[in-house]
Each structure stands twice: as structure tokens, then as C-alpha cells.
Design a protein around this ligand. Structure first.
Ligand code: SAM
Length: 342
């Protein structure tokens, strides 16, 4: 639920005027698109839930339109991480009129470690309720998708911002990406991203914004997504294992799932081990990737781990670069003697 109390900021120039005043032309190379409609801005912020007395970190504030709305929702502290220093004057102006601390950090969010930035008093146990800490951002699409993968890994390891507990995120994505993130089993949009997001988070596709609401107008529409880390992921295995298995299976999206699973193993043992794995996981080899539940992916991962326990080198096997590891000269030997591959 959104906060019912909103504060008014002292009179400030409009974002449109600030953009003109400081000549903040959107830079194509940074994929900058500014959202000018205050109702849509406040709808993004409301999607995060109540921000009252929370610490909020906004990524990619630009001239500060979303930042203004965040401040109006009365958090206890706001941090912004922005790559483009041209926004310094407009963000500083906002910091001066903000009734709560607004701290500006200039840098690349992709290399930013959130480990120490929030107040230790806000820390919660993972199993407890979510901490009063939020991450919010309208980032360029070329940043938001790799960023969410990086953050899912941090969530799986309870590191970076997730050292403070189950920190919630409200972010924008290309509409199609947002649809993939929430896609249920059997849907056309079901993909690697659906499994990865849904394994570690509750994912809510809140609403869409038409491209024409932005200046300059991007070629695509935008989806606003809220992610809440789960107390317990469906697949409690290391991120890298889940990522490898899910990627291998979805590389053959239109094929039977056995085809992708085969690529987890070197050629001589491929068919045998893939069949054994699916048998042990109680999954029909003709199931298509988009028909598999997260739980079924979990069983595939477990069986893959169990095979790799017997032959650890399989873990290093990379189908795309088979010569980049120990399998340089993969011997053509009897497939039922797999222990000799170690
Ligand atoms: N928040 C503003 C809005 O909604 O109108 C600006 C959004 S614009 C799509 C994305 C913003 O993210 C820009 O200000 C851009 O400079 C910033 N940005 C792009 N890449 C970034 C990165 N790697 N780290 C931090 N900020 C980044």
C-alpha cells in the first residue's frame, strides 16, 4: 500500500525548466529518456509501497523527477547513484530543499557495492519482514537487465544491499522484459529470466508506460516491476548452477528439454547422462522448456549436481567453448565408464 502522507517541497523550478536551464539534453549514448509526467512519476514511486521512514536508494535519478516524488513520500534518508555528472546542479538544488538527507553518489551502479551504505539499525533478519530499505530506479534498458541479474546473484548470496535483509526493488524494464520476468508456466514469454527472477523473488509487473511519455521517446514501452526477495528460494542452490542449467535448457526453447540438458555434458556421455538425469528428476524428456515449473528446474539442478559430484569436471564443461577447459581432447571412450573422465 502507498503512503497516505505526502509532504510538499519548497517551490523549485520544474524539471522541464531545470533541463532547459542546465542544458541537460538527453544523451543517446547513456540511453537517457526523461519521464516528464508527474502522475506517472508518482505512480512508479507508489508502486514501491510506503516509503515513510525508510532509507531509499534511487539509481539513475537524472534531473531528479523521481527523486522529488520519493522525497514527498517522507523517507528518512535518500541516496542517489548517477553516472552523469551534468545532473549535479539540479540534484544539489533538490538536496538543499530536501527536509531529509539527500546524498549524491556519482558512479556506475554496475560497479557499486551497497554493502555499507544503509543504516545498520535498519538491518533485518532474512526470515523476518522486509527492512525499511528500498531500491528504486528508472534505468536505461541496457543497464536494468544486466543489473537485475547481478542483483539476483547478490540476493542469492545475501550480499551487497541484501546484507540488510530482503530489500525490495522497484525498477523499470522494457515492457517485453517485464513480461518475461513474470511469465507463468506455459506462456509464450516464459524464459530464462522468468525462472531466475521467480526463483529468488516475488515479481509483480505493476503497470506499463507508453514510450511516448518519455523525452526523447524510446522505441519501446516500459514496464514497472517490483521485486521482493523470497524468504526461501524454490531452488536453494548456488546462483551459478541454476543459471547454467536454466540457460542450457532455454537455449533450445522450442525443442524438448532433453536437448538443452544434453549440452550440459560432453559429447560422448551426453545422451546417456541427459536421459538418466531426467529419469531421476521424474521429468518427461519431451517436455518443452516453457512447460517446466521452477520446482522441476530445481529437480533438474539437483540431479545435475549429483552427477557432477561423481565427476566434478562436468561442472566446468562449456558447450559453447568445449575446448576452453579440461575437455580439450575429450576421449572417445565407452560411455558407461564415465568415472574414467575425472
Ligand atoms: N530518473 C530520470 C527519469 O526517470 O526521468 C532519468 C531516467 S534515464 C532513463 C536513466 C538515468 O540513469 C540517466 O540519468 C542516466 O545518466 C543514468 N544512468 C545510466 N547508466 C547508469 C549507470 N550505469 N549507473 C548510474 N546511473 C546510470
Amino acid at each position: 500500500m502507498s503512503s497516505s502522507r505526502i509532504i510538499r517541497l519548497p517551490p523549485l523550478p520544474s524539471i522541464r525548466d531545470l533541463i532547459k536551464l542546465y542544458k541537460l539534453r538527453a544523451m543517446k549514448e547513456l540511453s537517457q529518456n526523461f519521464l516528464m509526467d508527474p502522475r506517472l512519476v508518482s505512480r512508479i514511486v507508489r508502486s514501491a509501497g510506503s516509503l515513510q521512514d525508510c532509507e531509499v536508494c534511487e539509481v539513475g535519478p537524472g534531473p531528479g523527477n523521481i527523486t522529488r516524488s520519493i522525497i514527498q513520500n517522507m523517507p528518512s534518508r535518500v541516496l542517489v547513484i548517477e553516472k552523469d555528472k551534468r545532473f549535479t546542479p539540479s540534484l544539489e538544488l533538490l538536496a538543499e530543499s530536501s527536509p531529509m538527507p539527500l546524498e549524491l553518489i556519482f558512479g556506475d551502479v554496475m560497479n557499486f557495492n551497497f554493502e555499507q551504505i544503509f543504516n545498520e539499525d535498519y538491518k533485518m533478519e532474512w526470515e523476518d519482514k522486509c527492512p525499511k530499505i528500498h531500491l528504486i530506479g528508472n534505468l536505461p534498458f541496457n543497464v536494468s537487465t544486466p543489473l537485475i541479474i547481478q542483483w539476483l546473484k547478490a540476493i542469492s548470496e545475501k550480499k551487497s544491499a541484501w546484507r540488510y535483509g530482503r530489500v525490495r526493488m522497484t525498477l523499470t524494464f522494457q515492457k517485453e522484459v517485464a513480461e518475461r520476468m513474470v511469465a507463468p508456466i506455459m506462456s509464450q514469454e516464459r524464459s530464462r529470466l522468468s525462472i531466475m527472477c521467480q526463483n529468488w523473488c516475488r515479481v509483480e509487473h505493476k503497470f506499463n508506460i507508453q514510450g511516448r511519455a518519455f523525452i526523447p521517446k524510446p522505441d519501446v514501452d516500459v514496464g514497472v516491476v517490483r521485486l521482493t526477495p523470497l524468504k526461501k528460494p524454490t531452488i536453494s542452490l548456488p546462483f551459478g548452477i541454476v543459471e547454467k542449467v536454466v540457460r542450457s535448457v532455454f537455449n533450445y526453447r522450442q525443442k524438448h528439454c532433453i536437448r538443452g540438458i544434453e549440452t550440459l555434458f560432453p559429447k560422448p556421455v551426453r545422451e546417456k547422462l541427459a536421459s538418466e538425469l531426467l529419469l531421476a528428476a521424474a521429468i518427461e524428456p519431451t517436455t518443452r522448456p516453457f512447460q517446466l515449473t521452477v520446482t522441476e528446474f530445481g529437480r533438474i539442478c539437483e540431479e545435475y549436481m549429483s552427477i557432477c559430484k561423481d565427476t566434478p569436471n562436468y561442472m566446468k564443461y562449456n558447450y559453447r567453448h568445449p575446448s576452453s577447459n579440461y575437455l580439450d581432447n575429450w576421449p572417445e571412450v565407452e560411455i558407461n565408464n564415465s568415472s574414467s573422465y575425472e
